[in-house]
Write a protein that binds this ligand. Sequence first.
Ligand SMILES: [Zn+2]
Ligand SMILES: [Zn+2]
Ligand SMILES: [Zn+2]
Length: 307
Amino acid sequence: MTPDGGDLRRNPVSGKLSIVAPARASRPADAAGRDAAAPPCPFCAGNEALTPPEVDALRPAGGEPDGPGWRVRVVPNKYPALAGRHEVIVHAPGHEAELEDLADGTLAEVLGMWQRRIAAQLDGGAAAATLIGNVGAGSGASLEHPHEQLFATPVVPPLLLDELVEAERYRNRYGTCVVCDGLEKAGDRLVLDGPVGAWVPAASRFNGELWLAPAAHAADFRAADPAVVAPALRRVLAAVKTSIRGAPLNFWLHTAPADLRGPFHWHLEFAPRTSTLAGFELGTDIALVTKAPEAAAAEYRAALPRI
Ligand SMILES: [Zn+2]
Ligand SMILES: [Zn+2]
Ligand SMILES: [Zn+2]
């Protein structure tokens, strides 16, 4: 039986949001390492019966839902943060396949599925849809089979709301887009040039934080060409993972909410977790980073696969 989702609450003192989801405490964990006694992986091909019924899949050669033959499979999270709004996107049937291991054509199919699921959630009434990836032990991933998760929310999450407000403020002041300018003016912090660029923000929240965005202004990830995004994402992910040498990595996609009224520019943010948040950060909401963004960018450029 699928446990109920959590409860979205707002702290009236700080205005900060929490989802209280005690059922998630009972989810199994194998990300710390599998052993002979570990249960079979629910995301591997052949184990489809171990997940809730799928909500979407790519089966180029046909086949029945909840059977093998898929290349990308989407299932509801068995332990949802919010019921009905929390999906798992298994981007490959193989247990070891990281996103950056996929061929560009296959990765483009995965990105197409990200777009399709975001569209399904936004068209289904969600205010916003946040796609995230937790990579590696210590990142928050509870199952080691690589996957992404989509969190649709009935509210625009505060971080996205902050970005919408800042985008509007910046446009009113300078007449341009804050993300377009961030990429164009990255200078020594530029990691990847091209139709989809990547750079380390001057005011990073994490050591080695990296952003990826289309060079041409675009608010909605659903309108992006997956064939153009795939090679950039693959190269950037490979560079980050080479550079951070096994440290946990979180990434997330910020795309336009369902009801976009002002300017926005979709982007992916990559947050290597090479240090832990401590009292100062938690007590002030001011990030403290010790790595110069220019130095992080130079490391990433050196680690970038040539093609
Ligand atoms: Zn697996
Ligand atoms: Zn822009
Ligand atoms: Zn963002």
